[in-house]
Design a protein around this ligand. Structure first.
Ligand SMILES: [Zn+2]
Length: 299
């Protein structure tokens, strides 16, 4: 196993950060190596397993029974629509990796014309038949976008970290955003307090499903080169707060396989969530971030 190799983004030297296993789902005992770039601080998995699909079992997508059940589940995410409407009131919206469509169902109900790119076949069927949105089944968003039009909003919620080619995907997104259009990205935060505490045991590493953890500053730099402005950044919106709690509870619980001890550690995670909340909020050190970039309007 190499102790250092080249960063897939900037080609600088990257050092081995840690090795870990599929702690969250325990689908194998295989060891996975994560590296951190000495220059851009990108964290990435290398090598990416050739059988990556095996780590996404059907249970990964808990598709609801009906549209009503989906709507009930989606309701807490309504604030995402309000956030988007601060920048774009209506128009064409694309979500990459919506799974079975909590967010896209809200976007459709809010009047956006909605498309989706999703790799899971069952989710695509549900999106098309039940939610009623155009769903393109593809595991490479950059490729899928070649046959799609221009958008006012492109959203990736907890998806960019799963992509083998995030940089190619970002380039394709830039090509498909209209003037004034926005890209919304929510992803695990490599600058989080939880990563600095748990390291390889952090639940949001989610080996081997999370392939690259991208620092906010690096994304901002990349999007700035394409003339996009960073207009919003948080690690403490409703989703982030939920992922903070998830991170504390499961990172503790996953320290053991003993059933009773697991429950005790999970409860401890809930207590720690409350204690750490002010630090995670005040220093942008929450476990996930949401950022919005906007293409300037044509003058
Ligand atoms: Zn780098």
């Amino acid at each position: 196993m190499a102790e250092s190799l080249s960063c897939p983004y900037c080609n600088s030297s990257a050092n081995l950060l840690f090795r870990t296993t599929d702690i969250n789902r325990r689908l194998s005992t295989e060891q996975f190596s994560y590296y951190c770039c000495t220059i851009c601080e990108l964290i990435f998995l290398h090598p990416i397993p050739t059988n990556l699909g095996d780590y996404y079992p059907n249970s990964y997508y808990a598709i609801p029974d009906s549209l009503e059940a989906l709507r009930k589940q989606a309701e807490p995410q309504r604030y995402k629509i309000d956030r988007i409407r601060q920048y774009v009131l209506t128009g064409r919206l694309l979500e990459i990796g919506p799974a079975y469509g909590l967010f896209v169902s809200l976007a459709k109900d809010a009047g956006f014309t909605v498309d989706a790119i999703e790799m899971d076949e069952r989710s695509c069927h549900f999106l098309h038949e039940v939610v009623g949105v155009n769903a393109v089944q593809h595991d490479n968003p950059a490729e899928a976008l070649k046959n799609m039009g221009m958008y006012d909003v492109i959203a990736l919620y907890q998806v960019i970290e799963h992509l083998p080619n995030p940089w190619e995907t970002l380039n394709a997104i830039v090509e498909h955003l209209a003037p004034g259009g926005i890209i919304v990205i929510a992803a695990p935060n490599p600058d989080s307090l939880q990563l600095s505490i748990f390291g390889s045991r952090w639940t949001h590493i989610d080996a081997p499903r999370h392939l690259q953890l991208i620092p906010v500053d690096l994304l901002a730099q990349v999007m700035f080169q394409s003339k996009f402005n960073l207009v919003f950044k948080t690690t403490s919106d409703a989703d982030s707060a939920g992922w903070n709690s998830f991170g504390w509870c499961w990172s503790f619980a996953n320290l053991t396989t003993h059933t009773v001890l697991k429950k005790v550690l999970f409860t401890l995670g809930r207590v720690i969530t409350k204690i750490m909340q002010p630090i995670e909020r005040s220093r942008v050190r929450g476990s996930t971030y949401t950022i919005v970039f906007q293409r300037p309007h044509v003058k």
